[in-house]
Design a protein around this ligand. Structure first.
Ligand code: ATP
Ligand code: MG
Length: 337
């Protein structure tokens, strides 16, 4: 049977192996634990798993266990009865109920409290749970898929994760290798993203010079596919030429390869500061909002680079609050970088 890859791109042997196992496990109801560094495509892989299962026509319900406050996570997952706690003004269904017949994706499961882990184990083994404050036992026909970028074996050893739940989740482990180990997939993905962003912006699809290609291939991509994707979006906005040269690449990629470039012909500092004019908007075929967004993004990136990724410091450089910075990054899908 042809696999529905939900848009996953890559031809490396290590990714092919992951997809081979995915093809086998998808049609079953087995529990799957997806591991891998941040930005390696764990969520995309789980969506592909659901799309290739007999549950594909039923809901896919992702829950980010690390993003929901601990005291709310149980009621988020299992729902609550009216009056269960002060703010529970009405009975509410949890995500397990919403996922009935489908798949629930417990993302960042390593962040979950031990007390809630027991309840997840029961939902897995007995397919039963109760709403918070409820005494009626509910049945759940839900496939559970979990992901984490922590090493759960270490978490088990240090007592932060239940051993029984770990073994129960880890029936079929799927490990997504970091992007730097996928060889030529880096370039396939770069062209894939660049093509997509250029088409979205109705501009002619950009290509790389061989030198730029080598630099991209040699960079370790600590933020993995997400970092590459964001970077390609930035190029599609900020790089005017249709051929991308090393000059267009960010400092960190050049520094990684020890490349020192002669300064570009027009040094911004030497030319002096100048407010953008309408002609600049016209030249870039951008609307005001797009232009301001792009300008904001370059400043965010520069501040983050200068602060070595420390958000407090970057926010200070920009003269904004840390929470405002994080909001701006989230909106651009850059929060994980
Ligand atoms: N093989 C791939 N082909 C195409 N796009 C991909 C691939 N892998 C990841 N992406 C894209 O990269 C981005 C990050 O992927 P995803 O959110 O699935 O990663 P993640 O491992 O869940 O990250 P995190 O641990 O930070 O939650 C998404 O926009 C996703 O669509
Ligand atoms: Mg994720």
């Amino acid at each position: 049977m042809e696999l529905n890859l939900s848009g996953m791109v890559g031809q490396s042997a290590c990714l092919a192996e992951v997809l081979r196992v995915l093809g086998k496990v998808a049609p079953t109801d087995s529990t799957v634990l997806v591991t891998g560094e941040s930005g390696t495509g764990k969520e995309l892989l789980v969506r592909a798993l659901h799309a290739n299962s007999h549950r594909a026509g039923k809901p896919f319900v992702p829950v980010n266990c690390g993003a929901i406050p601990r005291e709310l996570l149980e009621s988020e997952l299992f729902g609550h009865e009216k009056g269960a706690f002060t703010s529970a003004v009405r009975t509410r269904q949890g995500r397990f109920e919403l996922a009935e017949g489908g798949t629930i994706f417990l993302d960042e499961i390593g962040e979950m409290d031990l007390s809630l882990q027991v309840k997840i184990l029961r939902a897995l083994q007995e397919k039963e749970f109760e709403r918070v404050g409820g005494d009626k036992t509910m049945k759940a026909d839900v496939r559970i898929v979990a992901a984490t970028n922590r090493d759960l074996e270490v978490e088990v050893e240090t007592g932060r994760f239940r051993e029984d739940l770990y073994y129960r989740l880890n029936v079929i482990p799927l490990h997504l290798p970091p992007l730097r180990e996928r060889g030529n997939d880096i370039l396939l993905l770069a062209s894939h993203f660049l093509g997509r962003f250029c088409r979205q912006k109705n501009r002619c699809v950009q290509t790389f010079t061989p030198e730029a290609r080598d630099l991209i291939l040699g960079y370790p991509w600590p933020g993995n596919v997400r970092e590459l994707e964001n970077f390609m979006e930035r190029l599609s906005i900020l790089c005017d030429q249709d051929v991308i040269t090393p000059h267009d690449l960010p400092r960190k990629i050049l520094d990684n390869a020890g490349v020192v470039l002669p300064p570009p012909v027009v040094e911004a500092a030497a030319a002096g500061f100048r407010w953008p004019t309408l002609a600049d908007l016209g030249e870039k075929s951008m609307g005001l909002k797009e232009f301001l967004d792009a300008m904001e993004e370059t400043l965010l990136v520069e501040a983050l680079e200068r602060a070595g990724g420390v958000k407090n410091q970057a926010a200070e450089l920009l003269g904004i609050k840390r929470t405002t910075l994080i909001e701006k990054l989230k909106k651009r899908n850059m929060a994980g970088e």
